[in-house]
Design a protein around this ligand. Structure first.
Ligand SMILES: *Cc1c(COP(=O)(O)O)cnc(C)c1O
Length: 460
């Protein structure tokens, strides 16, 4: 064994303690260090020929890189939709690496039993039924990809074609309909060979990001019986608008389509009795995408995808080799997801759900939505700002009251980041440049909203 490896093996307990201490410094400084990292000039170092051991690597990391890492796990990072990591999920994440299970197949480990249990808990959390089977993937992009891959196979089934064998070319042009799809849906369509241009944008309701269901019905009618994929959006990124899932589901009686719902963060409305109606009908979806590293507050990277046609999912993702058991009975995850070898990505979620239960995660959702409403009221009362949309759930989308040019809004966003107090992200809503403030971190409290308001006030 290389002497550095021998040293580390012998000194493992001390190394783990030193790493624990470094993690503690990272987590306890989240509230005080700048939320956005300062720019860092130094370039890449040469590849080390002689290693310096784990203790040396830890010291070098803390010297060369850690000070310039983002405070995005903290309570005032309001950019994109960014979750932090609950203490239980960090514990689960550490142990994922320590146990280093390959959650591809069972046989010699209970790991995939734990993933199945956790996926079942998540289905329950989002009000899905027992016919929805879940699997962990790396993020909502891969969750959308996986759901749409099953949709593609379903289109083949309607045409009497096996797309997995014949290829997507056998399908001809695939109609995909959506009103306000996330960018990752286009990426998934590209990866699936369906093509980004196959997505037709259906008009929204006036002044909204939610689909106009009558116009969707017209678009389906125009297909003249050709089966399609409908991507419904349960929580758009800009204004957290929700398609009327019940009304879309009702169209299934008239038109053949696969209903994929992108509920990356909006599905969490199901946890709050006040907001649950927003995702009414989710249970009828054919496939559902939910991110976990956003509002569940587990570390990157984790999302879950659900489908009710596991037979088609296995047709797409089965991985057949002489030394692997064929998919039978309860299929192994290697036959259900893009990956073969897989991290036990379910463990941080299992820890967080076990530690805080439904009620703890409901509290996170309810508190953060109340905080978004609080900031929304402040913006509404602030004469130099105006809301671009009502605050429906956990995002405030707003802009300058007067002359909201890209340059002026970007300058405001930059000034807030430079203050070290908070991060918000620029956007464009219905042609108007603005910015978004998204609440999803478990640590955020009223005092963080007030600190953001003060930072905005100073920067305006
Ligand atoms: C974040 C998000 C995605 C993509 O998620 P990743 O985790 O970045 O892959 C897809 N859809 C919606 C609605 C999102 O908010």
């Amino acid at each position: 064994m290389h002497p550095k490896l021998t040293d580390d093996l012998t000194g493992l307990p001390e190394l783990l303690t030193a790493t624990r201490d470094a993690a503690e410094r990272a987590l306890t400084s989240l509230d005080t260090r700048p939320v956005a990292a300062r720019a860092r000039a130094s370039g890449a170092a040469p590849m080390p020929a002689t290693g310096i051991g784990t203790a040396g690597a830890l010291a070098r990391f803390e010297q060369r890189w850690a000070p310039w890492f983002s405070g995005s796990a903290g309570p005032r990072y309001f950019g994109f939709v960014t979750g932090g990591a609950t203490p239980a999920s960090v514990a689960g994440d550490w142990l994922t690496s320590a146990y280093d299970q390959n959650a591809a197949a069972g046989g010699d480990s209970a790991a995939i039993g734990l993933e199945r249990e956790t996926a079942g808990w998540l289905a329950e959390l989002f009000g899905l039924g027992a016919e929805h089977h879940g699997a962990f993937v790396t993020g909502a992009t891969m969750s959308n990809f996986t759901g749409l891959a099953v949709a593609r196979e379903w289109l083949g089934e309607q045409a009497g074609i096996s797309v997995t064998d014949a290829g997507v070319g056998a399908l001809g042009r695939v109609p995909v309909l959506s009103a306000t799809p996330h960018s990752s849906v286009y990426k998934a369509l590209s990866m699936l060979g369906i093509g980004r241009e196959r997505l037709s944008l259906v008009p929204t309701l006036p002044g909204r990001e939610a689909v106009d269901v009558d116009r969707l019905a017209e678009a389906l009618e125009a297909l003249d019986g050709q089966p399609a994929i409908v991507v419904a959006n349960a929580g758009t990124v800009n204004t957290v608008d929700f398609d009327d899932l019940r009304a879309i589901v009702a169209l299934k009686e008239r038109f053949p389509f696969w209903l994929h719902v992108d509920g990356a963060f909006g599905a969490f409305a199901a946890l709050s009795p006040r907001h649950r109606a927003l995702v009414d009908g989710l249970v009828e979806a054919d496939s559902v995408c939910v991110d976990l590293h956003k509002w569940l507050n587990v570390p990157y990277d984790a999302a879950v995808q659900f489908t009710r046609r596991r037979d088609l999912q296995v047709a797409v993702f089965k991985n057949v080799a002489a030394y692997l058991p064929p998919p039978a009975g309860e299929p192994d995850y290697a036959h259900l997801t893009p990956e073969n070898s897989r991290r036990l990505r379910a463990l941080p979620t299992w820890f967080s759900l076990t530690a805080y239960g439904r009620e703890g995660h409901q509290e996170i959702v309810e508190r953060t939505t109340a905080l978004a409403a609080r900031l929304g009221r402040w913006v509404a009362d602030e004469p130099r700002l105006r809301l671009l949309a009502p605050v429906r759930l956990n995002v405030v989308c707003c802009t300058l009251a007067a002359n909201p040019t890209r340059e002026r809004v970007d300058a405001l966003v930059r000034a807030v980041a430079d203050s070290g107090e908070a991060v918000v992200t620029p956007t464009v809503y219905q042609g108007t440049p603005g910015f978004r403030v998204a609440f999803s971190n478990w640590r955020t409290t009223e005092s963080d909203v007030d600190r953001l308001a003060r930072a905005l006030d100073r920067a305006l």
